[in-house]
Ligand binder design. Structure first.
Ligand code: GDP
Length: 197
């Protein structure tokens, strides 16, 4: 699925991405309802009114300037639809093949989704054994303080075991969402040949 949808992030309409500009595919994984679409919409700058028109598009491209350098991310929120199409999975596993980086999302209010995150990490490791791909574990919905089922310490400890980065976010409050995607860019750069990060 290659449908790309440019978010209306900046007010100027120059979208002349130079051909030399690196473009990386970032795949969001996680249980239904944890907030993947909300996070990707914030990344893309998609407003709710746009969503009606853009239904069906689930890949978003945006160029981020991080540490004085531009990097284009193609963020794919296709996990559920692909899993549904073919659960055991040529397509489902395609998701696990195409990413240059992965964001595994759980909800801090849903322990089951935290456990699914572990399973996804294991699946990913199986599919991409030899590769050192960046993975970011994300605990979303931190605004729902009273419903929290997974502590920040558990999230952090899990990331240590998984050998990946960790961040907690709230899509509802737009907290740490920019930091999440900047972190993705930095993790990708660290792994470049010659790796300046
Ligand atoms: P997806 O199925 O993983 O793509 O999850 P969605 O982005 O569709 O979100 C599922 C529901 O959780 C929606 O009703 C969102 O409004 C809500 N949601 C997503 N992120 C947050 C968050 O950070 N805080 C709160 N309170 N609700 C959220």
């Amino acid at each position: 699925k290659a449908a790309a949808c440019r978010g209306s992030w900046s007010s100027d309409s120059s979208d002349s991405a130079g051909a030399w500009e690196p473009l990386y595919r970032v795949v969001l994984l996680g249980d239904p309802g944890v907030g993947k679409t909300s996070l990707v919409n914030l990344f893309a700058g998609v407003q709710e009114r746009d969503l009606l028109e853009q239904r069906g598009e689930d890949t978003y491209e945006r160029t981020l300037s991080v540490d004085g350098e531009d990097t284009t991310l193609l963020v794919m929120d296709t996990w559920e639809s692909e899993k549904r199409v073919c659960s055991e999975s040529r397509l489902g596993s395609r998701c696990l093949q195409v990413g240059n980086a992965y964001v595994i999302v759980y909800s801090v209010t849903d322990r089951g989704s935290f456990e699914s995150a572990s399973e996804l990490r294991i699946q990913l490791r199986r599919h991409r054994q030899a590769e050192n791909i960046p993975i970011i574990l994300v605990g979303n919905k931190t605004d729902l303080v009273r419903c929290r089922e997974v502590s920040v310490e558990e999230g952090r400890a899990c990331a240590v075991v998984f050998d990946c980065k960790f961040i907690e976010t709230s899509a509802a409050l737009q907290h740490n969402v920019a930091e999440l995607f900047e972190g993705v860019v930095r993790q990708i750069r660290l792994r470049r040949p010659g790796g300046t990060g």
